[in-house]
Design a binder for this molecule. Structure first.
Ligand code: GRF
Length: 224
């Protein structure tokens, strides 16, 4: 059975772009679906629309400039140590990567093992990396979709929490497929966060079990 936390889950979001997944989580919290609070939105891009969304909702928006770290041999780790300090200062319990276009290092991954999620616009393990909607079309896939997973060292490789599938239509171009997938991202990312906040996600090796879920039902959200 879902357990109601005494205090809201403290979430930090890392984002580099438009922040529509951030918005979906904000909306789910505002609607009372997730018992959580967003303690910080952090970006490596000064002009990220995600930061603007954070400001609009009165959330702490933080830009951490990657430039001073560039060129240092340990630059990526040093950057992540700065982020980790911020996450600790804000007492973040869960970190969401939401269109965060920087590879996170072990500094963050180890500190937030099984407490850092990412959303990726493909049905992993097919098509990790970039331009994945185009790849799905070029491969002739009949199904595409999105995946929420915990973050581990390999990019887009961590234990899968939720997935949603959409059809690939004959006339699709990457933008039309991306839009269809994005609708599902906005459903499953907040849902995964909700399950985490309720303490219902159990990781065993590569697999994530949803306690108290219907067999298959919660994990497979296929809209057709
Ligand atoms: C989404 O497609 C997400 O799956 C990918 O980056 C995009 C971010 O979009 N990781 P947004 O910034 O949340 O609108």
């Amino acid at each position: 059975m879902p357990t109601r936390r005494a205090v809201p889950l403290r979430i930090a979001v890392l984002a580099s772009g438009r922040g529509s997944n951030l918005q979906a989580v904000i909306d789910a919290i505002d609607a009372g679906r997730i018992h959580a609070t967003i303690v910080a939105v952090i970006s490596n891009k000064r002009d990220a629309a995600a930061l603007e969304r954070a400001r609009k909702h009165g959330l702490a928006d933080i830009f951490v400039d990657p430039k001073p770290f560039a060129g240092r041999p340990d630059g990526r780790e040093a950057y992540d140590r700065t982020l980790l300090e911020l996450l600790h200062r804000h007492e973040a319990e869960l970190v969401l990567l939401a269109g965060y276009m920087k590879i996170v290092t072990n500094v963050l991954i180890e500190a937030y093992a099984n407490r850092m999620m990412n959303i990726h616009p493909s049905l992993l393990p097919a098509f990790p990396g970039l331009d994945v909607q185009k790849k799905a079309i070029d491969w002739g896939c009949k199904l595409a979709g999105c995946t929420v997973h915990f973050v581990t060292e390999g990019v887009d490789e961590g234990p899968i929490i939720l997935q949603a599938a959409v059809p690939v239509l004959d006339g699709d171009i990457p933008d039309t497929l991306a839009a269809r997938i994005l609708e599902q991202e906005h459903r499953i990312y907040p849902r995964a966060v909700e399950l985490f906040a309720e303490g219902r996600l159990r990781v065993e090796g590569r697999r994530v079990f949803i306690d108290g879920g219907k067999p298959l039902g919660d994990a497979l959200l296929c809209p057709f």
